[in-house]
Design a binder for this molecule. Structure first.
Ligand code: NAD
Ligand code: IPM
Ligand code: MN
Length: 352
């Protein structure tokens, strides 16, 4: 089982170290671990945020464990050299079109949610975010118009097959959950969303057991804080999914808790090939201070064990250890506690 560990920038290496300790403690047979540079680190060491050797490593691996990228000192580089291109490039090169971002309330954290505890208690949802299309990957530029004004543009589009495949992923996920699916779009304004909605309606006909609904993204943002318990599976495009998942994290209590799996169609000997990363970024404001919560990274490792290696038992063990640590009051600064990155990792290991 070949795993490419790409720690990246900022808090990436700090949280990756804790996930690696957990992986080591599981003592799985037949593991090969590779390490590669990405993001600002990739740029500074090799002149590119996704150096060819890192891309080759990710292509050869059965799964990629990814920390975070982003470095303020790189924000004025040409776009193709910025750290974020590493994660966008990997998602595209590996065909990882389905991004699963689960948000579930951890028992004992209800009072730490940004929502009232009785509202937060009901959260058990899965955001299925399309990851290979939308305004992220369309033509974009800043151009100068004939009259001399500068204009920025980003082309938003979805082809029907792109919508259909993420719809199937989401409906299948709903079948394994509470059989409710809400598709989030902006069909009242965007043609991209109009087609999205039409394709979701077509695919819904193939899943009569699933109760499908449609919601405009502005309403969805409101409903997510008004009554998040109404959602089971939420399927949406790349941009809306990015935004709604950060919002969902604070409904649960912290962005330091939300993991993700990015999956494509490639199968390996062990399961589906995937990339696993926290939903948060490199958190430059706290990098190097030992304050980052590594739980989202550790929970991403659990998703890797489940989806790419068929190790459901170990995945559940890791998730239970995190939940138990939280229930026992092990909290980082992001949750109003004082446990540092190492201490949180150690607490999870102890419970494992
Ligand atoms: P961010 O998610 O890095 O941080 C937002 C806030 O949340 C910050 O205050 C940060 O300290 C806090 N935070 C995030 N993760 C935390 C953790 N594990 N524990 C405790 N606190 C945590 O978002 P940002 O500040 O908008 O972006 C910083 C950089 O990260 C940017 O360069 C951005 O492009 C990049 N980014 C990368 C990824 C990725 O690698 N997939 C995701 C999001 C943002
Ligand atoms: C995420 C991040 C990325 C995204 C950025 C860093 C490109 O915000 O993984 O949520 O927008 O997808
Ligand atoms: Mn994001």
């Amino acid at each position: 089982m070949k795993i490419a560990c790409l720690a990246g920038d900022g808090i990436g290496p700090e949280i990756m170290a804790e996930a690696r300790r957990v992986l080591t403690a599981l003592d799985l047979p037949g593991l090969t671990i590779w390490e590669g540079d990405v993001g600002g680190t990739g740029y500074k060491r090799h002149g590119h945020p996704l150096p060819p050797e890192t891309l080759e490593m990710a292509q050869a691996a059965d799964a990629v464990l990814f920390g975070a990228v982003g470095d303020p000192s790189c924000d004025n580089l040409e776009r193709h050299l910025r750290p974020e291109q590493a994660i966008l490039g990997l998602r595209q090169a590996l065909g990882l079109f389905a991004n699963l971002r689960p948000a579930t309330m951890f028992p004992g954290l209800e009072d730490l949610s940004a929502l009232r505890p009785e509202v937060a208690r009901e959260i058990d949802l899965l955001i299925v975010r399309e990851l290979n299309g939308d305004v992220y990957f369309g033509e974009k530029a800043i151009r100068t118009l004939a009259d001399g004004r500068r204009q920025g543009f980003d082309f938003m589009s979805y082809a029907e097959d792109e919508v259909r495949r993420i719809a199937h992923t989401a409906f299948r996920a709903a079948l394994g959950r509470k059989k409710r699916l809400c598709s989030v779009d902006k069909a009242n304004v965007l043609e991209t969303s109009q087609l999205w909605r039409e394709v979701i309606v077509e695919v819904a006909a193939e899943y009569p057991e699933v109760e499908a609904s449609h919601m405009y993204v502005d309403n969805a943002a409101m409903q997510l804080v008004r009554n998040p318990g109404q959602f089971d599976v939420v399927v949406t495009g790349n941009l809306f999914g990015d935004i709604l998942s950060d919002q969902a994290s604070m409904c649960v209590g912290s962005i330091g808790l939300l993991a993700s799996a990015s999956l494509g169609e490639q199968q390996t000997e062990f399961g589906v090939k995937g990339l696993y990363e926290p939903i948060h970024g490199s958190a430059p404001d706290i990098a190097g201070q030992g304050k980052a919560n590594p739980m989202a990274m550790i929970l991403s490792l659990a998703m890797m064990l489940r989806h790419s290696f068929g190790r459901e038992a170990e995945a559940t063990r890791v998730e239970s250890a995190v939940a138990q640590a939280l229930a026992d009051g092990v909290k980082g600064a992001d949750l109003g506690g004082n446990a540092g990155t190492d201490a949180i990792g150690a607490a999870v290991l102890e419970r494992l």
